[in-house]
Write a protein that binds this ligand. Structure first.
Ligand SMILES: [Fe+2]
Length: 223
């Protein structure tokens, strides 16, 4: 028998916490961020209304998952504590991945992400991907961009910067529009946990083609 969202309260509550992230609070006066937040919550509401299938995903770990308990502890006492606590209740079922065909060896110990909702599950849906990305302290996540995909990060725990522009704290939302290059660094003392949403055409979300941007004089693209 196929399980659906109504059979799995912990996944449903986690989606409710995602909805809260994108429904309440300010867009900071940005029309682009306001419309992205609306796009995410409208897509999420429509998906929840269909009572989607829950795919049983084999849990997988990556080395950075050793930092998850600390990230959840920090998140539980920060600005968006609800999502940190709800994530803790499904942590044993998460499939952590790199997303790239190959990653630099140093990064393989310091980064991974887990999808919550999308074409591959665990909550099966089209047109939207929700998940979490976890970084160890002192990580540099190389420059990259996403074609045809609007990406937002909401800080759950830890401090981080994007393109050396600012330091983001729990509760901050950062929008990366399609094709915009970005590079992330994280604070030295604690892990960094971000919730993310990807909105875009369903064909692109099913095959996002993740790769790091080539740098002059470097052969690091996708390696
Ligand atoms: Fe990104």
């Amino acid at each position: 028998m196929t399980a659906t969202l109504s059979d799995c309260p912990n996944w449903k509550y986690l989606l409710q916490e995602f909805d809260t992230l994108y429904r309440y609070g300010s867009a900071g006066g940005s029309k682009a961020i306001r419309s992205h937040r609306k796009r995410v919550r409208d897509a999420l509401s429509a998906i929840i209304d269909t009572n989607p299938e829950i795919v049983v995903v084999e849990p997988t770990r990556k080395p950075v998952v050793e930092h998850l308990p600390r990230a959840l502890d920090l998140g539980a006492r920060a600005a968006v504590s609800g999502v940190a606590r709800a994530l803790g209740h499904v942590a044993a079922h998460l499939a952590w991945d790199y997303g790239y065909p190959s990653v630099p060896k140093s990064l393989s110990k310091k980064y991974a992400y887990a999808e919550i909702l999308g074409p591959k599950g665990p909550v099966r849906a089209q047109g939207l991907i929700l998940g979490f990305v976890l970084f160890a302290p002192g990580t540099t996540y190389p420059q990259h961009a996403h074609q045809d995909i609007e990406e937002s990060y909401v800080s759950v725990a830890g401090a981080w910067s994007e393109n050396d522009n600012a330091v983001y704290a729990p509760g901050s939302l950062i929008l990366n529009r399609s094709g915009v290059e970005h590079r992330i660094t994280t604070g030295d003392l604690d892990p960094c946990l971000l919730a993310y949403a990807w909105a875009g055409p369903r064909e692109r979300l099913a095959a996002p083609g993740m790769k790091f941007s080539a740098r002059r004089g470097s052969a690091r693209d996708g390696t």
